[in-house]
Design a protein around this ligand. Structure first.
Ligand code: NDP
Length: 420
Protein backbone atom coordinates (compact mmCIF):
# COMPACT_ATOMS: atom_id res chain seq x y z
CA UNK A 1 0.00 0.00 0.00
CA UNK A 2 1.23 3.48 -0.71
CA UNK A 3 1.38 6.10 2.02
CA UNK A 4 -1.34 8.01 0.19
CA UNK A 5 -3.83 5.12 0.41
CA UNK A 6 -2.94 4.28 4.02
CA UNK A 7 -3.59 7.84 5.04
CA UNK A 8 -6.49 8.46 2.68
CA UNK A 9 -9.29 10.36 4.48
CA UNK A 10 -7.18 10.28 7.63
CA UNK A 11 -8.94 13.47 8.75
CA UNK A 12 -12.28 11.60 8.80
CA UNK A 13 -11.03 8.83 11.12
CA UNK A 14 -11.68 8.65 14.83
CA UNK A 15 -8.75 9.09 17.17
CA UNK A 16 -8.58 5.30 17.78
CA UNK A 17 -8.62 4.55 14.05
CA UNK A 18 -5.82 7.04 13.51
CA UNK A 19 -3.76 5.37 16.23
CA UNK A 20 -4.32 1.97 14.62
CA UNK A 21 -3.20 3.26 11.23
CA UNK A 22 -0.12 4.82 12.80
CA UNK A 23 0.63 1.68 14.78
CA UNK A 24 0.40 -0.51 11.70
CA UNK A 25 2.25 1.72 9.30
CA UNK A 26 4.83 3.37 11.53
CA UNK A 27 5.68 0.31 13.60
CA UNK A 28 4.59 1.72 16.97
CA UNK A 29 4.76 -0.76 19.86
CA UNK A 30 1.75 -1.33 22.14
CA UNK A 31 3.54 0.73 24.79
CA UNK A 32 4.01 3.63 22.40
CA UNK A 33 0.35 3.49 21.40
CA UNK A 34 -0.60 3.42 25.08
CA UNK A 35 1.43 6.62 25.62
CA UNK A 36 -0.57 8.33 22.88
CA UNK A 37 -3.83 7.03 24.38
CA UNK A 38 -2.83 8.28 27.81
CA UNK A 39 -2.39 11.72 26.27
CA UNK A 40 -5.85 11.71 24.81
CA UNK A 41 -6.81 15.01 23.26
CA UNK A 42 -9.36 17.14 25.05
CA UNK A 43 -12.79 16.85 23.43
CA UNK A 44 -12.46 20.36 21.98
CA UNK A 45 -8.99 19.86 20.49
CA UNK A 46 -10.22 18.57 17.11
CA UNK A 47 -11.88 21.96 16.66
CA UNK A 48 -8.46 23.55 16.84
CA UNK A 49 -6.28 21.44 14.58
CA UNK A 50 -6.54 18.66 12.00
CA UNK A 51 -5.66 14.93 12.16
CA UNK A 52 -5.49 15.05 15.98
CA UNK A 53 -3.87 12.02 17.63
CA UNK A 54 -3.08 13.22 21.15
CA UNK A 55 -2.71 16.22 23.43
CA UNK A 56 0.98 17.04 23.70
CA UNK A 57 1.43 18.35 27.19
CA UNK A 58 3.91 20.91 28.41
CA UNK A 59 4.39 21.73 32.08
CA UNK A 60 2.61 24.76 33.50
CA UNK A 61 3.89 26.64 36.53
CA UNK A 62 3.32 30.06 38.04
CA UNK A 63 5.81 32.86 38.45
CA UNK A 64 5.28 34.81 41.64
CA UNK A 65 6.31 38.15 43.20
CA UNK A 66 5.16 40.27 40.28
CA UNK A 67 4.16 43.84 41.03
CA UNK A 68 3.03 45.77 37.96
CA UNK A 69 1.40 49.21 38.16
CA UNK A 70 1.02 48.70 41.89
CA UNK A 71 -0.89 45.42 41.56
CA UNK A 72 0.31 41.96 42.64
CA UNK A 73 0.27 39.23 40.00
CA UNK A 74 0.68 35.48 39.93
CA UNK A 75 1.65 34.59 36.37
CA UNK A 76 0.82 31.24 34.70
CA UNK A 77 3.67 30.13 32.43
CA UNK A 78 3.84 27.13 30.11
CA UNK A 79 7.35 26.06 29.15
CA UNK A 80 9.57 23.02 28.86
CA UNK A 81 12.71 24.94 29.86
CA UNK A 82 14.08 24.57 33.40
CA UNK A 83 14.87 27.75 35.38
CA UNK A 84 12.66 30.11 33.38
CA UNK A 85 9.96 30.37 36.05
CA UNK A 86 12.47 30.47 38.90
CA UNK A 87 14.38 33.29 37.19
CA UNK A 88 11.20 35.25 36.42
CA UNK A 89 10.04 34.96 40.04
CA UNK A 90 13.47 35.90 41.33
CA UNK A 91 13.78 38.89 38.99
CA UNK A 92 10.25 40.04 39.88
CA UNK A 93 11.04 39.77 43.60
CA UNK A 94 14.07 42.03 43.31
CA UNK A 95 12.11 44.53 41.22
CA UNK A 96 9.14 44.37 43.64
CA UNK A 97 11.48 45.43 46.46
CA UNK A 98 12.23 48.52 44.39
CA UNK A 99 8.52 49.28 43.90
CA UNK A 100 7.77 46.93 41.02
CA UNK A 101 7.38 47.68 37.34
CA UNK A 102 5.34 50.27 35.48
CA UNK A 103 3.73 49.18 32.24
CA UNK A 104 1.84 51.15 29.61
CA UNK A 105 0.05 50.29 26.38
CA UNK A 106 0.34 52.96 23.70
CA UNK A 107 -2.34 51.66 21.34
CA UNK A 108 -4.18 48.49 20.39
CA UNK A 109 -4.86 48.41 16.69
CA UNK A 110 -4.37 45.54 14.25
CA UNK A 111 -3.25 46.29 10.71
CA UNK A 112 -3.93 44.27 7.59
CA UNK A 113 -2.81 44.72 4.03
CA UNK A 114 -4.29 44.43 0.56
CA UNK A 115 -1.42 44.21 -1.90
CA UNK A 116 -1.72 45.41 -5.50
CA UNK A 117 0.79 44.51 -8.21
CA UNK A 118 1.61 46.08 -11.56
CA UNK A 119 0.81 49.58 -10.37
CA UNK A 120 1.99 52.10 -12.94
CA UNK A 121 1.39 55.31 -10.99
CA UNK A 122 1.39 55.07 -7.19
CA UNK A 123 -0.24 58.50 -6.80
CA UNK A 124 -3.35 57.32 -8.68
CA UNK A 125 -3.92 54.56 -6.09
CA UNK A 126 -3.09 56.84 -3.18
CA UNK A 127 -5.49 59.55 -4.40
CA UNK A 128 -8.29 57.04 -5.04
CA UNK A 129 -7.94 55.48 -1.57
CA UNK A 130 -7.87 58.93 0.09
CA UNK A 131 -11.02 59.91 -1.81
CA UNK A 132 -12.83 56.65 -0.95
CA UNK A 133 -11.60 56.37 2.65
CA UNK A 134 -15.11 56.54 4.17
CA UNK A 135 -16.56 54.00 1.75
CA UNK A 136 -13.69 51.57 2.36
CA UNK A 137 -14.04 51.88 6.15
CA UNK A 138 -17.81 51.36 5.88
CA UNK A 139 -17.28 48.28 3.71
CA UNK A 140 -14.86 46.84 6.27
CA UNK A 141 -17.28 47.56 9.14
CA UNK A 142 -20.19 45.96 7.26
CA UNK A 143 -18.13 42.78 6.77
CA UNK A 144 -17.89 42.25 10.57
CA UNK A 145 -20.51 44.52 12.14
CA UNK A 146 -20.37 42.92 15.61
CA UNK A 147 -16.95 44.46 16.32
CA UNK A 148 -18.44 47.91 15.74
CA UNK A 149 -21.22 47.10 18.23
CA UNK A 150 -18.51 46.20 20.71
CA UNK A 151 -17.05 49.70 20.34
CA UNK A 152 -14.28 48.81 17.88
CA UNK A 153 -14.03 48.48 14.12
CA UNK A 154 -12.04 49.87 11.20
CA UNK A 155 -10.27 53.16 11.95
CA UNK A 156 -7.87 54.04 9.16
CA UNK A 157 -6.93 53.21 5.57
CA UNK A 158 -3.67 54.37 4.04
CA UNK A 159 -1.37 53.33 1.22
CA UNK A 160 2.32 52.58 1.00
CA UNK A 161 4.44 52.40 -2.13
CA UNK A 162 6.45 49.17 -1.83
CA UNK A 163 8.36 49.81 -5.06
CA UNK A 164 8.66 47.68 -8.22
CA UNK A 165 4.97 48.25 -8.97
CA UNK A 166 3.65 46.94 -5.64
CA UNK A 167 1.37 48.99 -3.40
CA UNK A 168 0.01 48.02 0.01
CA UNK A 169 -3.35 49.36 1.14
CA UNK A 170 -3.23 49.12 4.93
CA UNK A 171 -6.36 48.87 7.06
CA UNK A 172 -6.11 49.49 10.82
CA UNK A 173 -8.83 48.04 13.02
CA UNK A 174 -9.68 48.30 16.69
CA UNK A 175 -10.25 44.60 17.43
CA UNK A 176 -11.27 45.20 21.07
CA UNK A 177 -10.47 42.15 23.21
CA UNK A 178 -9.67 39.76 20.32
CA UNK A 179 -6.35 39.12 18.59
CA UNK A 180 -8.43 39.81 15.50
CA UNK A 181 -6.78 37.76 12.74
CA UNK A 182 -9.99 36.22 11.43
CA UNK A 183 -12.14 39.34 11.64
CA UNK A 184 -9.38 41.33 9.95
CA UNK A 185 -9.05 38.85 7.08
CA UNK A 186 -12.84 38.93 6.55
CA UNK A 187 -12.80 42.74 6.40
CA UNK A 188 -9.81 42.82 4.04
CA UNK A 189 -11.46 40.47 1.59
CA UNK A 190 -14.56 42.69 1.50
CA UNK A 191 -12.45 45.81 0.92
CA UNK A 192 -10.42 43.99 -1.75
CA UNK A 193 -13.64 43.31 -3.67
CA UNK A 194 -14.47 47.03 -3.72
CA UNK A 195 -10.97 47.76 -4.98
CA UNK A 196 -11.36 45.22 -7.75
CA UNK A 197 -14.80 46.39 -8.86
CA UNK A 198 -14.47 50.16 -8.40
CA UNK A 199 -10.77 50.88 -8.73
CA UNK A 200 -10.59 48.18 -11.42
CA UNK A 201 -7.31 46.88 -10.12
CA UNK A 202 -6.70 43.22 -9.32
CA UNK A 203 -5.35 42.47 -5.87
CA UNK A 204 -2.49 40.05 -5.28
CA UNK A 205 -3.51 39.04 -1.76
CA UNK A 206 -5.14 40.32 1.42
CA UNK A 207 -4.02 39.34 4.93
CA UNK A 208 -3.39 40.80 8.35
CA UNK A 209 0.12 41.91 9.20
CA UNK A 210 1.73 40.35 12.25
CA UNK A 211 4.00 43.37 12.66
CA UNK A 212 2.02 44.47 15.72
CA UNK A 213 3.66 47.90 15.71
CA UNK A 214 0.34 49.52 16.59
CA UNK A 215 0.01 47.28 19.65
CA UNK A 216 3.06 48.28 21.64
CA UNK A 217 3.46 47.75 25.37
CA UNK A 218 6.33 49.15 27.45
CA UNK A 219 7.52 48.06 30.87
CA UNK A 220 10.02 50.01 32.90
CA UNK A 221 11.62 49.82 36.31
CA UNK A 222 14.15 51.66 38.41
CA UNK A 223 16.12 49.72 40.97
CA UNK A 224 18.49 51.27 43.55
CA UNK A 225 21.99 50.12 42.65
CA UNK A 226 22.66 49.43 46.34
CA UNK A 227 20.08 46.66 46.12
CA UNK A 228 22.11 44.69 43.55
CA UNK A 229 24.69 43.33 46.03
CA UNK A 230 25.58 43.49 49.71
CA UNK A 231 28.79 45.45 49.19
CA UNK A 232 28.46 48.91 47.63
CA UNK A 233 31.44 48.47 45.29
CA UNK A 234 30.14 45.12 44.08
CA UNK A 235 26.64 46.58 43.54
CA UNK A 236 28.10 49.45 41.50
CA UNK A 237 30.16 47.02 39.42
CA UNK A 238 27.12 44.80 38.82
CA UNK A 239 25.06 47.78 37.63
CA UNK A 240 27.84 48.93 35.31
CA UNK A 241 28.27 45.44 33.88
CA UNK A 242 24.51 45.01 33.39
CA UNK A 243 24.36 48.30 31.48
CA UNK A 244 27.34 47.18 29.39
CA UNK A 245 25.73 43.82 28.66
CA UNK A 246 22.64 45.69 27.48
CA UNK A 247 24.83 47.96 25.32
CA UNK A 248 26.48 44.95 23.68
CA UNK A 249 23.02 43.65 22.70
CA UNK A 250 22.48 47.01 20.94
CA UNK A 251 25.79 46.75 19.08
CA UNK A 252 26.13 43.07 18.23
CA UNK A 253 23.32 41.13 16.52
CA UNK A 254 24.94 37.83 17.53
CA UNK A 255 24.50 38.74 21.19
CA UNK A 256 21.14 40.49 20.58
CA UNK A 257 19.58 37.20 19.42
CA UNK A 258 20.47 35.49 22.69
CA UNK A 259 19.51 38.55 24.74
CA UNK A 260 16.08 38.53 23.08
CA UNK A 261 15.72 34.76 23.36
CA UNK A 262 16.00 35.22 27.11
CA UNK A 263 13.23 37.82 27.05
CA UNK A 264 11.05 35.54 24.92
CA UNK A 265 11.60 32.67 27.41
CA UNK A 266 9.21 34.51 29.69
CA UNK A 267 7.03 36.17 27.08
CA UNK A 268 6.25 32.98 25.14
CA UNK A 269 5.52 31.03 28.31
CA UNK A 270 2.78 33.50 29.28
CA UNK A 271 1.50 33.84 25.71
CA UNK A 272 1.08 30.04 25.50
CA UNK A 273 -0.58 29.86 28.93
CA UNK A 274 -3.01 32.54 27.77
CA UNK A 275 -3.93 30.58 24.61
CA UNK A 276 -2.41 33.09 22.22
CA UNK A 277 -0.50 32.65 18.98
CA UNK A 278 3.15 32.65 20.06
CA UNK A 279 4.46 32.45 16.48
CA UNK A 280 2.73 35.77 15.85
CA UNK A 281 4.31 37.30 18.96
CA UNK A 282 7.75 35.89 18.11
CA UNK A 283 7.65 37.24 14.52
CA UNK A 284 6.47 40.63 15.72
CA UNK A 285 9.14 40.85 18.42
CA UNK A 286 12.02 40.02 16.10
CA UNK A 287 10.79 42.38 13.38
CA UNK A 288 10.54 45.12 16.02
CA UNK A 289 14.07 44.30 17.19
CA UNK A 290 15.30 45.02 13.65
CA UNK A 291 13.13 48.08 13.00
CA UNK A 292 16.05 50.45 12.31
CA UNK A 293 17.72 47.98 9.94
CA UNK A 294 19.95 46.26 12.49
CA UNK A 295 18.78 43.50 14.82
CA UNK A 296 19.18 44.78 18.40
CA UNK A 297 18.36 43.86 21.97
CA UNK A 298 14.72 44.61 22.78
CA UNK A 299 15.41 45.86 26.31
CA UNK A 300 17.84 48.48 27.58
CA UNK A 301 19.48 48.93 30.98
CA UNK A 302 21.19 52.15 31.99
CA UNK A 303 22.81 53.54 35.10
CA UNK A 304 21.08 56.77 36.10
CA UNK A 305 22.60 58.26 39.26
CA UNK A 306 22.11 55.71 42.04
CA UNK A 307 19.52 53.75 40.03
CA UNK A 308 19.67 51.01 37.40
CA UNK A 309 16.86 51.78 34.97
CA UNK A 310 15.40 49.16 32.64
CA UNK A 311 12.88 49.44 29.81
CA UNK A 312 11.38 46.98 27.37
CA UNK A 313 8.95 47.66 24.54
CA UNK A 314 7.28 44.82 22.68
CA UNK A 315 4.61 44.53 20.03
CA UNK A 316 1.96 42.39 21.76
CA UNK A 317 -1.12 41.92 19.59
CA UNK A 318 -2.71 39.40 21.97
CA UNK A 319 -6.35 38.68 22.74
CA UNK A 320 -8.30 37.62 25.80
CA UNK A 321 -11.21 36.24 23.74
CA UNK A 322 -11.55 34.24 20.52
CA UNK A 323 -9.23 31.74 18.86
CA UNK A 324 -7.79 29.11 21.18
CA UNK A 325 -8.58 31.23 24.27
CA UNK A 326 -12.20 30.17 23.94
CA UNK A 327 -11.54 26.51 23.15
CA UNK A 328 -8.84 25.53 25.65
CA UNK A 329 -10.41 25.31 29.13
CA UNK A 330 -7.10 26.05 30.91
CA UNK A 331 -6.95 29.53 29.42
CA UNK A 332 -9.93 30.84 31.41
CA UNK A 333 -8.38 29.33 34.55
CA UNK A 334 -5.06 31.00 33.77
CA UNK A 335 -6.74 34.35 33.14
CA UNK A 336 -8.34 33.99 36.56
CA UNK A 337 -5.02 33.09 38.25
CA UNK A 338 -3.41 36.16 36.71
CA UNK A 339 -6.49 38.28 37.44
CA UNK A 340 -6.52 39.62 33.89
CA UNK A 341 -9.45 41.98 33.23
CA UNK A 342 -8.61 43.32 29.78
CA UNK A 343 -6.28 42.71 26.82
CA UNK A 344 -4.36 45.87 27.78
CA UNK A 345 -3.72 44.39 31.22
CA UNK A 346 -2.50 41.16 29.62
CA UNK A 347 -0.13 43.13 27.37
CA UNK A 348 1.18 45.04 30.41
CA UNK A 349 1.77 41.81 32.31
CA UNK A 350 3.51 40.03 29.41
CA UNK A 351 5.95 42.87 28.75
CA UNK A 352 6.67 43.05 32.49
CA UNK A 353 7.46 39.33 32.56
CA UNK A 354 9.88 39.94 29.68
CA UNK A 355 11.60 42.72 31.63
CA UNK A 356 11.87 40.76 34.89
CA UNK A 357 13.14 37.71 32.97
CA UNK A 358 15.76 39.86 31.28
CA UNK A 359 16.79 41.51 34.57
CA UNK A 360 17.39 38.10 36.17
CA UNK A 361 19.26 36.77 33.12
CA UNK A 362 21.57 39.75 32.68
CA UNK A 363 22.31 39.96 36.39
CA UNK A 364 23.22 36.28 36.52
CA UNK A 365 25.24 36.61 33.32
CA UNK A 366 27.53 39.33 34.69
CA UNK A 367 27.80 37.95 38.23
CA UNK A 368 27.49 34.24 39.03
CA UNK A 369 27.22 33.14 35.38
CA UNK A 370 24.18 31.59 33.82
CA UNK A 371 25.06 27.97 34.59
CA UNK A 372 24.90 28.20 38.37
CA UNK A 373 21.17 28.90 38.46
CA UNK A 374 20.54 26.36 35.75
CA UNK A 375 22.65 23.65 37.29
CA UNK A 376 20.20 22.26 39.82
CA UNK A 377 17.46 21.89 37.23
CA UNK A 378 19.96 20.50 34.71
CA UNK A 379 21.06 17.87 37.22
CA UNK A 380 17.41 17.00 37.89
CA UNK A 381 16.87 16.59 34.14
CA UNK A 382 19.99 14.42 33.98
CA UNK A 383 18.69 12.24 36.83
CA UNK A 384 15.28 11.91 35.18
CA UNK A 385 16.83 11.12 31.79
CA UNK A 386 18.36 7.92 33.21
CA UNK A 387 15.08 6.88 34.80
CA UNK A 388 15.40 8.13 38.40
CA UNK A 389 12.01 8.08 40.12
CA UNK A 390 10.61 10.95 42.20
CA UNK A 391 12.00 9.53 45.48
CA UNK A 392 15.46 9.00 43.93
CA UNK A 393 15.99 12.31 42.12
CA UNK A 394 17.24 14.38 45.08
CA UNK A 395 19.85 11.77 46.02
CA UNK A 396 21.10 11.45 42.45
CA UNK A 397 21.32 15.27 42.18
CA UNK A 398 23.28 15.51 45.45
CA UNK A 399 25.81 12.99 44.21
CA UNK A 400 26.02 14.53 40.75
CA UNK A 401 26.97 17.84 42.38
CA UNK A 402 30.24 16.29 43.52
CA UNK A 403 31.23 15.62 39.90
CA UNK A 404 33.27 18.21 38.00
CA UNK A 405 31.31 18.00 34.74
CA UNK A 406 28.46 15.54 35.34
CA UNK A 407 27.33 13.42 32.42
CA UNK A 408 24.49 11.00 31.74
CA UNK A 409 26.90 8.12 32.28
CA UNK A 410 27.68 9.49 35.76
CA UNK A 411 23.95 9.75 36.51
CA UNK A 412 23.38 6.19 35.30
CA UNK A 413 26.25 4.86 37.47
CA UNK A 414 24.97 6.70 40.55
CA UNK A 415 21.45 5.39 40.04
CA UNK A 416 22.63 1.83 39.47
CA UNK A 417 24.79 2.02 42.60
CA UNK A 418 21.91 3.46 44.65
CA UNK A 419 19.55 0.70 43.58
CA UNK A 420 21.95 -2.12 44.54
P1 NDP B 1 -11.96 34.69 16.42
O1 NDP B 1 -12.15 34.33 14.99
O2 NDP B 1 -12.27 33.67 17.43
O3 NDP B 1 -12.76 36.06 16.67
C1 NDP B 1 -12.94 36.63 17.92
C2 NDP B 1 -14.27 36.18 18.52
O4 NDP B 1 -14.41 36.69 19.82
C3 NDP B 1 -15.43 36.68 17.69
O5 NDP B 1 -16.32 35.62 17.51
C4 NDP B 1 -16.08 37.73 18.60
O6 NDP B 1 -17.46 37.76 18.52
C5 NDP B 1 -15.71 37.23 19.97
N1 NDP B 1 -15.70 38.26 21.01
C6 NDP B 1 -16.33 38.18 22.19
N2 NDP B 1 -16.11 39.27 22.95
C7 NDP B 1 -15.30 40.08 22.24
C8 NDP B 1 -14.70 41.34 22.51
N3 NDP B 1 -14.89 42.00 23.65
N4 NDP B 1 -13.91 41.87 21.56
C9 NDP B 1 -13.66 41.22 20.39
N5 NDP B 1 -14.23 40.02 20.08
C10 NDP B 1 -15.03 39.44 20.98
O7 NDP B 1 -10.45 35.09 16.70
P2 NDP B 1 -9.58 36.24 16.06
O8 NDP B 1 -10.24 36.96 14.96
O9 NDP B 1 -9.11 37.04 17.21
O10 NDP B 1 -8.36 35.43 15.43
C11 NDP B 1 -7.40 34.80 16.26
C12 NDP B 1 -7.03 33.44 15.70
O11 NDP B 1 -6.65 33.54 14.33
C13 NDP B 1 -5.87 32.83 16.42
O12 NDP B 1 -6.23 31.51 16.78
C14 NDP B 1 -4.77 32.82 15.38
O13 NDP B 1 -3.89 31.73 15.59
C15 NDP B 1 -5.52 32.71 14.09
N6 NDP B 1 -4.89 33.19 12.87
C16 NDP B 1 -3.71 33.89 12.86
C17 NDP B 1 -3.18 34.33 11.70
C18 NDP B 1 -1.92 35.14 11.76
O14 NDP B 1 -1.48 35.50 12.83
N7 NDP B 1 -1.26 35.48 10.63
C19 NDP B 1 -3.84 34.09 10.40
C20 NDP B 1 -5.10 33.42 10.52
C21 NDP B 1 -5.58 32.97 11.73
P3 NDP B 1 -18.22 38.42 17.28
O15 NDP B 1 -18.11 37.46 16.16
O16 NDP B 1 -19.59 38.62 17.78
O17 NDP B 1 -17.53 39.72 16.96
Amino acid sequence: MTMESEFSHFYKRTQQQRLSILQQTRGLTDEQRAILEAHEAHADAPQLIENTIAAYQLPEGVAVNFVVNGRDYVVPMVTEEPSVIAAASNGAKQLARAGGMTATVSSRLLTGQIVLSDVKVYASIDDWVALHQTELLETAAAAHPSIVKRGGGPKLVRTRDLGEGFVSIDLSVDVRAAMGANMMNTMLEAVAKVIQTKLHHTTLFSILSNAGDQSLATASCSIPIAQLAQEDAEAQLTATKMAQASQIAQLDPMRAVTHNKGIMNGVDAVVVAMGNDWRAIESAAHAYAARDGQYRGLSQWQVNGDQLVGTLTLPLPVGTVGGATTVLPLVAVNQKIAGIQSPEELMALIVSVGLAQNFAAIKALVTTGIQQGHMRMQLRSLAMSVGAQDHEIDDVVTQLKTHQDPTQTDAQQILTQMRK
